[in-house]
Design a protein around this ligand. Structure first.
Ligand code: AGP
Length: 605
């Protein structure tokens, strides 16, 4: 997820763009850049680092221009570096991009064969050369349209031309783009905060729509070039609310971003025409996965919960044994890891000290290391032998939500790849088909948020919670409990349902809400029995289930999630638990984005 902005108007365009980028830094902040026309041609200033670092590259003479574009980056392809920062350019074209071009490899090969020289590791650069190729014969807007016809994936772009220096052209598909109008000029950006201080008059651009802006005005049109009439709307957000996309907190915004985050994490990772996972996205040496005979996973907190699910998925789909460790314990137990084994570090930040230490310990013992990470160029990613990046975008809220569900997506893809490489038979088409439906199924849950709020209102005063789950839902019970305790400070414990009778049942009384997760299949009846055991002791039963069952009719609350494959149920089941923790935390007046005592990345052991 990145932030893009373009400005054309009477004000100093570079100042407007820099100011706008500051209000988009929540969308990504590992590098930044601007491009502008100054009468002599197109100038570009860009660097690794934040907006302040970019500002140091801009001198006073740069500032006499009325047309400029800018970008603040959250890297997905190509580590944070000056040469990977946007804008990216070609002979006569320069652009900024938010999104993922899935078929960038094949486009890049084609453009290189036509003589284009690439200077970055990004997917975006193919767009600048592809548009330039068409712009040799076509006006800018037609060149943009032709090029985007060939790009697969998601994009929001703003483009400038050396040949037509009086305009900017923008377009979007699956990445946001808004157009702002003021007396001082026109703004195109990823999001309203970029120009909200100047105007709240906004046109929301839809997928496959284009816009051309000149000093004389603007024109919005579709992919065939036909004019599109759009309403100018008035946005009444405060700047702070605007950065949260109108949500009250980053945590809620990031819970709602999960459909997009999972779609972006899947983008480019499935070879649909071959019905298999794309091995290039994991980068293992040829044949390694065939010879592998043991896997270790190390992580902390929510990422450790993902590891537990990873074990289930890898062992059931690919039939390779997996040991899971809390990273803080791994190196103290003399693990029997040896050369050729695989160690997977799961870490959203890529900087968690305990996880880095475990990864280094594994590497020192000769293991091959894979990092599943959300931050390009993070320490874990740089030190690992292979990296798989989740594409959830920056996770600002301290509580991990979209990073967790994209980790589960990554582990599912890994298990499928491992099985394929080892010729272990499984129904690939069924899993791929269902994976692609997960974003929509999460949307269905998010649409019922008000039901979760009602549950939160009933139970926000409780002092203790117990979360119970079996099989693949046991780690989700742990995650639900962690979310609640770290956001609302209520004491909450996650437990395997089968373990309740071995102790925790002593806690059950009418003051103790018990969240119980029910899945379809052979474990369902056992969990239903656990619900009876809780009710028999006066406990309050809050059931989240993927199956309807008459036995649930006497539960205090029943929330049903959409059906899916058992292996993908954890991704859906965690979403209502995230919302429950969030709303209880808000009802209790907690700082849900920055809970007391917590840090987003624990870089100390
Ligand atoms: C989860 O909500 C917490 N913020 C915390 O447990 C976190 O998952 C843990 O610190 C690991 O962080 P990492 O994924 O960045 O390594």
């Amino acid at each position: 997820m990145c932030g893009i902005i373009g400005y054309l108007g009477r004000e100093n365009a570079i100042r407007v763009v820099i100011e706008g980028l500051r209000h988009l830094e929540y969308r990504g902040y590992d590098s930044a850049g601007i491009a502008y026309v100054d009468g002599t041609g197109l100038k570009i200033k860009k660097c690794k680092g934040k907006i302040n670092d970019l500002e140091k590259l801009i001198s006073s003479e740069d500032c006499q221009t009325q047309l400029a574009i800018g970008h603040t980056r959250w890297a997905t392809h190509g580590v944070p570096a000056d040469y990977n920062a946007h804008p990216h350019s070609s002979d006569n074209v320069v652009l900024v991009h938010n999104g993922i071009i899935e078929n960038y490899r094949e486009l890049k090969d084609r453009l290189i064969s036509k003589g284009y020289i690439f200077t970055s590791e990004t997917d975006t650069e193919v767009l600048s050369h592809l548009i330039d190729l068409y712009h040799k014969e076509l006006p800018l807007e037609e060149a943009v349209r032709e090029a985007l016809r060939q790009a697969k994936g998601s994009y929001a772009i703003v483009v400038l031309s050396k040949k037509q220096q009086d305009r900017m052209v923008a377009a979007r598909k699956d990445s946001p783009l808004v157009f702002g109008l003021s007396d001082q000029g026109y703004y195109i950006a990823s999001d309203v905060p970029a120009f909200l201080r100047a105007t709240n008059r906004v046109v929301f651009i839809n997928d496959h729509e284009f816009i051309t802006v000149t000093a004389e005005g603007y024109r919005i049109y579709d992919s065939e070039g036909k004019p599109v009439e759009k309403e100018i709307q008035q946005v009444n957000w405060s700047p702070s609310m605007a950065e949260k996309g109108g949500y009250k907190h980053f945590m809620l915004k990031e819970i709602h971003e999960q459909p997009r985050a999972i779609a972006d994490t899947l983008a480019g990772r499935l070879l649909l025409n071959e019905q298999r996972v794309n091995p290039a996205e994991f980068g293992f040496p040829d044949g390694y996965l065939k010879t592998l005979d043991k896997i270790f996973i190390g992580a902390c907190g929510t990422s450790w919960h993902a590891s537990l699910i990873g074990k289930y998925l890898i062992e059931s789909i690919a039939e390779v044994p997996v040991e899971v460790d809390l990273a803080s314990e791994f190196r103290y137990r003399k693990p029997l890891i040896k050369g050729g084994d695989l160690f997977i570090a799961i870490t959203q930040s890529g900087e968690t000290a305990d996880t880095l230490a475990a990864q280094r310990e594994a590497k020192s013992r000769g293991a091959y290391t894979l990092s599943i990470c959300n931050v390009l160029g993070a320490t874990s990613a740089r030190e690992a032998d292979s990296v798989f990046y989740t594409h959830s975008g920056p996770e600002i809220g301290v509580a991990s939500t979209k990073a967790f569900t994209t980790q589960l997506t990554a582990l599912m893809l890994f298990a499928m790849l491992l099985a394929s490489e080892r010729q272990v038979d499984y129904d690939t088409a069924m899993y791929i088909d269902e994976l692609l439906k997960i974003p929509e199924k999460i949307e269905q849950i998010l649409k019922r948020e008000s039901e979760i709020l009602n549950i939160a209102k009933q139970y926000s005063k409780a002092q203790d919670f117990l979360y119970l789950g079996r099989g693949l839902l046991y780690p989700i019970a742990l995650e639900g409990a962690l979310k609640l305790k770290e956001i609302s400070y209520i004491h909450a414990e996650g437990y395997p349902s089968g373990e309740m009778k071995h102790g925790p049942i002593a806690l059950i009384d009418e003051e103790m809400p018990v969240v119980i997760l029910v899945q379809k299949g052979p474990l369902k009846d056992k969990v239903l029995s656990n619900i009876e055991e809780v009710k028999a002791r006066g406990g309050r039963t809050i059931v989240f289930t993927s199956v309807e069952d008459p036995a649930l009719k006497d539960s205090d609350v029943v929330f049903t999630i959409p059906e899916t494959l058992p292996e993908l149920e954890p991704i859906l089941m965690v979403v209502p638990l995230q919302l429950l923790a969030y709303h209880i935390g808000v009802l209790r007046g907690c700082d849900v984005d920055q809970p007391r005592n917590l840090a987003k990345s624990v870089t100390v052991e």
